[in-house]
Design a protein around this ligand. Structure first.
Ligand SMILES: CC(C)(COP(=O)(O)OP(=O)(O)OC[C@H]1O[C@@H](n2cnc3c(N)ncnc32)[C@H](O)[C@@H]1OP(=O)(O)O)[C@@H](O)C(=O)NCCC(=O)NCCS
Length: 206
């Protein structure tokens, strides 16, 4: 796991649960920039050292477990250039349609649901108990936070964050790098780089 913080440990936990259910991938160790973590055990998994030294740690695949979308993308792109293999982590309690596509490096947390015809990009976080309904398009490096509900035929641009418990109505488009605030109800398209909050969701005026 690249990243040993809170989200990195969730990813480790998902991988361990999947391993107990028959997945071949086991979380062998973390790499993290925070040297105070090096040598520590987190969820019984060692922090092996710096992310910069990852190539020297025995591994056959990685997953980037960092919550911030832009940081996660930067790390994912850097490791892509060095030809790393990325695993996808899917908790055994998640329900993913056999007719959905989940691209590499994505984590599907406990209780998440992905319905038929949906395509989820690379290095996405589908967090605890979120649902993404049918025929959605979820871009790369997106984070759909715990309990968020995405209706059918929704499009979510790269690096967007849909906050905890938000609701996105069917056929809405959320632009790249947009943020949907926690608990928002999104009834209309959200332009790129825009933060919306409330019910109905409106741009956050500062
Ligand atoms: C919307 C959000 C991004 C705004 O964060 P921010 O830019 O730091 O804004 P602030 O906290 O300074 O709040 C600005 C104003 O918006 C209001 N506000 C913030 N979040 C809100 C929300 N989710 N719904 C309604 N109003 C909200 C604040 O009360 C404040 O109002 P005020 O100016 O009248 O006092 C953030 O509050 C949020 O909801 N993030 C989602 C977090 C999340 O779900 N992460 C996933 C973790 S797993």
């Amino acid at each position: 796991m690249i990243g040993a913080g809170g989200h990195g440990q969730v990813v480790a936990d998902v991988l361990m649960a999947a391993f107990r259910s028959g997945s071949a991938d086991y979380p062998f160790g973390y790499a993290d920039h925070d040297e105070t973590l090096w040598g520590h055990m987190l969820l019984n998994v060692p922090v092996m050292g710096s992310i910069d030294d990852c190539a020297s740690f025995l591994h056959d695949a990685i997953i980037v477990g960092v919550g911030d979308n832009r940081t996660r993308r930067r790390l994912f792109e850097a490791f892509s250039r060095s030809q790393e293999r990325f695993v996808t982590a899917c908790h055994p309690s998640a329900v993913v349609s056999a007719n959905a596509v989940i691209r590499h490096g994505t984590v599907v947390c406990a209780g998440a649901i992905v319905n038929a015809g949906t395509c989820v990009g690379s290095n996405v976080i589908l967090n605890t108990a979120c649902s993404v309904d049918h025929h959605c398009r979820v871009g790369d490096y997106v984070h759909i936070a715990p309990g968020a509900r995405i209706g059918g035929e929704v499009t979510i641009g790269d690096r967007a964050l849909v906050g905890i418990g938000a609701i996105v109505l069917p056929r809405v488009t959320i632009g790249h790098d947009a943020i949907v605030g926690a608990g928002a109800v999104v009834t209309r398209d959200v332009p790129p780089n825009t933060t919306v909050v409330g019910n109905p969701a409106r741009p956050l005026i500062r």
